[in-house]
Each structure stands twice: as C-alpha cells, then as structure tokens.
Design a protein around this ligand. Structure first.
Ligand SMILES: C[S@@+](CC[C@H](N)C(=O)[O-])C[C@H]1O[C@@H](n2cnc3c(N)ncnc32)[C@H](O)[C@@H]1O
Length: 282
C-alpha cells in the first residue's frame, strides 16, 4: 500500500534477506505498518473527545494482529479484539505477534477468524479499519451496511477510525519501490497499483518484494478494491448514523512527502498522493 514507514532502525548484523528465508507477513509488517503511530493517534483523539483513555479496541481486518498486539503491550488497562477472515494470516499472527506476549498481555487480546460483518455488536471504545481494508466492499450498500454495523457497536463515547488515500496517482496505474529494513537487513517493497478502472473505480493492486540477492516475491499480497472518494466516504459514514465525521490530513515535509503528522482539516490542497484518517463518532 502507499502508506510506508519513514523510520529506519539501527543496523544490526544479520543474515542477508532472500525470498526463501523470510516470510511475507514479516516483510509486510516492517514495510507497511507503523502500529505505534496508529495507537498514538487513536489514544490522542479519544482523550481529546471524551476526556478519558480508551480501553477496548476492535481491530477490523486485523491481519496478523500487529496493531492489536501493540495496543495491549503499550498500556496495562487496554484490551483488543481483532477480526480477520484469513485463517493462515491470523495463525501467523498468533505465532509471531501474540505468542511472544506475556501471559497477562495474552489475557487481554483475542484474534478471531471471522468476517467483520459478523462481529458481535458488543460495545467497544474504538473500532478501526486500517490500511484501506474497507475498500474490499465494492458495492456502496455493502459498505454502508458495514459502517452501520460499526455504528451499532459504538456507545455514545465511542470512535471509529479508518484511513483513506487519494490524489491524482490514485486514478492511474503506478508502481513505486521503496527500500525498507527488517532486522537490520535491507529489502525492497514495491506497491503496484496495476489496474485502475475509470468507470467502476475498481483497483487491482499488488505488493511485491525484491531482495539484494536478486530473488523476489512477486504478488506477495493482492488487493481487489473499489476506491472511495473522500467526500463520498464522509457522506456514507453520516448516512450510517455517525453524527460527526472529521478528517485528519497528513502534513508534508520539505520534499513534499507525507511527514506522518495528521491535523484536523476541513480544506486541503489536492496532491499526487495523500493519506488521511477519518474519525467518526456517534
Ligand atoms: C489490507 S489487509 C490489512 C492488514 C492490517 N490490518 C493492516 O492494517 O495492514 C486486509 C485484511 O482484511 C482481511 N479481510 C478482507 N475481507 C474481510 C472481511 N470481510 N472480514 C474480515 N477480514 C477481511 C484480509 O484477510 C486481510 O488480512
């Protein structure tokens, strides 16, 4: 996905990464996810709105549960439940993200192999849907149905956080490569927005990985999505029953790249590529 981490850790001596000796989920987590930034964002917004810390996070489309694991590790009062349809992905997450947690942390987290549409409507403080996962719903009514179900599981003091990307590059086929690092070893992450339909707004995207030994993991991840526009997404959230929908827009550095800082905005200049958080409250 276009969201990529800027930070690079200190180098430590390790084995050269190759397509054979590493796992696609480890590469994905390292290249794409920055769970500490998401948890900080959710904590800050919730505290601002409700004057208290959020406790229970429902992570929809949780994948390997990296974000949920980070959520419970960071603060002892927090709990998390993640939902993802894909059994092998969740199993990898259980082994690699949940197993290393302490017994006390494990008692505060659960990953469930299930459709987000079947998540029970038990009240939670925060529901999140990150890395544009909600674009899986290609039909407007399906997405509205999902947003409505999230709305039903939020109490008055509850919050739904989702991310969205756009800009002129979201409308065309693009392939971009970034150098990344896993355990001190470099690899290349390739975001391939392979097919973009001008009529249906459908996108077919892949993540590939390339390594210094010349090996590669082609189509390590596939995303068959519909792109939703910024305004229509806000309208859909309101239609689903959210009273307030706010946009937190990413600032840019001197090179014009995203700086990882998100501020509440009502107007923003369009660009080639932007990322924002939508924050919806009942
Ligand atoms: C883009 S990945 C997101 C992974 C991770 N949460 C992140 O933020 O990077 C989308 C995930 O959604 C899952 N998924 C797709 N449709 C789903 C559904 N209806 N219910 C639950 N999970 C679903 C896929 O299995 C995949 O793991």
């Amino acid at each position: 996905m276009p969201k990529t981490k800027k930070t690079r850790g200190a180098k430590k001596k390790s084995t050269l990464l190759t397509a054979k000796n590493t796992h696609r989920h480890a590469l994905y987590q390292s290249a794409v996810q920055e769970p500490e930034a998401d948890t900080r964002f959710m904590e800050e917004r919730f505290c601002e709105k409700f004057g208290k810390s959020p406790i229970l996070l429902r992570e929809d489309f949780c994948g390997t549960g990296f974000l949920s694991a980070t959520w419970v590790k960071e603060k002892a009062h927090r709990r998390a439940v993640g939902y993802d349809l894909d059994q092998p992905t969740v199993e990898w997450g259980l082994e690699n993200n949940i197993s290393p947690l302490s017994a006390e942390e494990k008692a505060r987290i659960e990953l469930r192999i299930a459709d987000v549409l079947e998540a029970p409507l038990d009240p939670v403080d925060v529901v999140c849907a990150m890395n544009f996962s909600w674009w899986i719903f290609k039909d407007r009514d399906q997405l509205l149905n999902y947003f409505r179900s999230v709305r039903k599981s939020l109490p008055d003091e509850g919050m739904f956080v989702l991310d969205i990307y756009g800009g002129s590059e979201a409308y065309i086929e693009v392939e971009e490569e970034h150098e990344k690092e896993l355990d001190g070893e470099d690899f290349y992450y390739i975001w391939d927005q392979d097919k973009v339909c001008g009529i249906s707004d459908e996108l077919l995207c892949y993540i590939h990985f390339r390594f210094k030994d010349g090996s590669a993991m082609k189509k390590a991840f596939t995303y068959d999505w519909r792109r939703y526009g910024m305004k229509e997404s806000q309208d859909l959230l309101r239609e689903a029953g959210f009273d307030t929908v706010e946009v937190y827009w990413e600032g840019s550095d001197e090179d014009g790249d995203g700086d990882g800082e998100f501020s509440l905005e009502t107007h923003a200049e369009n660009s080639e590529a932007w990322i924002a958080y939508l924050v919806a409250t009942p």
